[in-house]
Design a protein around this ligand. Structure first.
Ligand SMILES: Nc1nc2c(ncn2[C@@H]2O[C@H](COP(=O)(O)OP(=O)(O)OP(=O)(O)O)[C@@H](O)[C@H]2O)c(=O)[nH]1
Length: 599
């Protein structure tokens, strides 16, 4: 007998801050899943950093029991999804493990950029959508307006929306009923060959990698020999179980179930999100479609400020990597910064999180170089290679074609700010795809080079729109770009770690800004320090860090001109020696000078 008719697998999706965690907690509370011990705010967000930043990074499913008024008992598997665009692939895999979603919209904010993107992820996965207009307790709430927007923008009938508040709990019983009524039970044949989708994983020091899986077909039990189809590796299952919250050991997981598997997997690279489990002998015909290996798209160099910390940094990176298939690092040497690592991330937030964890949890002081995307370069000899390290960029005369990654960016904003935001997008080399009016709000869809939004785009967008604009994006592949490498020289020496790749139209303005900013932050030396920006050896901007002027003449009250000359001569020599032997201290700020390119 299969239990699946009484199972509901679902997820909650929403724009950031629309109240996903709060509502999830209220549902947990109503279903009695939160013992006093666990009753902290927002059980679903686990990492300390997640709490502080108020965002969800790792998905943690929870198994709940719901008893209807007529006595029917249901098992709800609530699968949480990360709340940031860097992790959209993880979101899409978590959704693939569900039959339905609660789509939350803040009643005072209405539909935002991430509401739309998430709703489409759900539609692409053929999921049933239960629309929920949340935070209706707010004085500024306009539940009907928000429901209407859902209908206009996404095509979900306004009358289907459940009005609720995660804060007061109103509407939560209706949501639970809607989950039973609208979201289909999982299907799948428990007797078929095993087919299970990995939608998340983490590394446990004792059991190895723990896989979070949705069983689509067949059954999974301890001692089973399994094959990870994309990785091409086989393992023996140690334990399986469910979530309650926390890992609870069970006997088997049958078609329709959401649970976890431990199979002595040591390397998280072997068990990537999106891969399919099947039997080693009795295989399913096709893996679950849409597998994408985790691939870093943003790169930055990380160097210990204290060279003694190199080993400590390596060990910390290795530990973080155990738990994060999407993070990569390899040793790199910079003439300026010494020994460090070139690290790859899913996006800027991911980069910031890892850096912060290194500094906090591993007590490391780091210098991070400006983040860069992956460029594709075709050389005159026909060779094509990808590089994300400006220091490795070939010279102009060896290049026939440079391509850069593009994204499709959607922005929701009040119509009053459309002009300035369009101007910002133009500055960032964006081209418009569509513009939709929704009452007093507008959805702008643009195609923009990814490198152009890496730095301060989001902050600028927020400040231009007084915080009202929201954005989301997806990658759409490579396009030709007229890009140049700008080198930065301090004291006439190229500082490799400061090189940046920039569009031809921006080389002069960016070069100017970088050298000015650097001249500002580099401490004064005993001699003047030139800071220059160059392209292919040609200087395009220059600034000088002024020297301290030791007032050697102060000692010669008037008096002898030859003595004055001698002193000045002496000072000049001293200066030359300093230049020769002295090293200029370049502070971390200078490495990020490129980031403040919009001042
Ligand atoms: N008035 C009111 N405030 C709410 C309600 N639900 C959430 N909030 C507040 O809205 C803010 C965001 O809530 P969260 O539950 O953290 O939002 P979230 O969608 O989980 O955020 P992410 O995890 O970043 O996606 C918090 O300050 C909550 O206290 C509600 O129903 N009514």
């Amino acid at each position: 007998m299969s239990l699946s008719p009484l199972v509901r697998n679902f997820s909650i999706i929403a724009h950031v801050d629309h109240g996903k965690s709060t509502l999830a907690d209220r549902i947990l509370e109503q279903l009695g899943a939160m013992g006093e011990r666990d009753k902290r705010d927002q059980t679903l967000d686990t990492l300390e950093l997640e709490r502080e930043r108020g965002i969800t990074i790792k998905s943690t499913p929870i198994r709940l029991e719901y008893v209807r008024e007529n006595g029917e008992r249901y098992v709800f598997n609530l699968i949480d999804t990360p709340g940031h665009v860097d992790f959209n692939y993880e979101v899409s895999r978590s959704l693939a493990a569900c039959e339905g979603v609660l789509l939350l919209v803040d009643a005072s904010q209405g539909v935002e950029a991430q509401t739309i993107v998430n709703a489409y992820l759900a539609i692409d996965n053929n999921l049933e959508i239960v629309p929920v207009v949340n935070k209706i307790d707010l004085p500024a709430a306009d539940p009907e307006g928000a429901a209407q927007e859902l209908e206009e923008v996404i095509g979900i009938p306004a009358e289907d929306a459940v009005f609720a508040s995660g804060k007061t709990g109103v509407g939560v019983p209706e949501i639970l009923e809607a989950i039973v009524e609208k979201i289909p039970a999982p299907s799948g044949d428990p007797a078929a060959p095993l087919k299970a989708l990995i939608f998340d994983s983490f590394y446990d020091a004792y059991q190895g990698v723990i896989l979070f899986v949705r069983v689509l077909e067949g059954t999974l039990s301890p001692k089973d020999q399994i094959l990870l189809m994309n990785a091409g590796k086989t393992f023996e299952v140690d334990k399986v179980g469910t979530f309650s919250p926390g890992l609870v050991v069970g006997d088997t997981l049958a078609a329709g179930a959401v649970g976890w598997v431990a199979a002595g997997i040591k390397d998280i690279q072997d068990a990537q999100v999106g891969d399919t489990l099947t039997g080693k002998e009795r295989r399913t015909e096709e893996p679950f479609p849409g597998f994408k290996p985790a691939q870093p798209v943003v790169f930055s160099g990380l160097y210990p400020t204290d060279t003694e910390d190199y080993r400590k940094l390596r060990e910390a990176l290795e530990k973080l990597k155990l738990n994060d298939a999407a993070f990569s690092f390899e040793p790199e040497t910079s003439e300026a910064l010494g020994f460090g690592f070139r690290c790859g991330f899913l996006g800027l937030l991911h980069a910031e999180i890892i850096q912060e964890r290194l500094e906090r949890e591993y007590d490391l002081d780091l210098i991070a170089t400006a983040p860069a995307v992956v460029y594709r370069v075709t050389l005159t000899n026909g060779e094509v290679f990808e590089t994300q390290n400006p220091a490795e960029f070939p010279t102009r005369d060896r290049i026939t074609l440079i391509e850069e990654p593009y994204i499709k960016l959607s922005i929701m904003l009040p119509e009053d700010y459309v002009g300035p935001v369009m101007q910002l997008l133009q500055e960032r080399r964006g081209s418009m795809v569509t513009m939709n009016y929704l009452g007093k709000r507008v959805e702008l869809v643009y195609e923009v080079p990814f490198g152009e939004i890496l730095y301060d785009f989001h902050d600028r967008l927020k400040s231009i729109s007084r915080g009202y604009a929201s954005m989301d994006y997806e990658q759409i592949g490579y396009r030709e770009g007229d890009l140049r490498k700008v080198d930065i020289l301090v004291n006439n020496e190229v500082i490799d770690a400061l090189a940046v790749i920039v569009h031809d139209s921006k080389t002069y303005s960016l070069g100017r800004k970088i050298v000015d900013k650097m001249a500002d932050v580099i401490p004064r030396q005993m001699f003047p320090v030139p800071v220059q920006a160059t392209i292919g050896g040609k200087i395009i901007a220059r600034a000088t860090v002024k020297a301290y002027r030791k007032d050697v003449l102060a000692k010669c009250y008037g008096g002898d001109i030859s003595r004055k000359k001698k002193l000045l001569e002496k000072q000049k020599k001293g200066r030359a020696r300093m230049k020769q032997f002295g090293t200029v201290e370049v502070p971390q700020e200078a490495f990020l000078a490129v980031l403040s390119n919009e001042d």
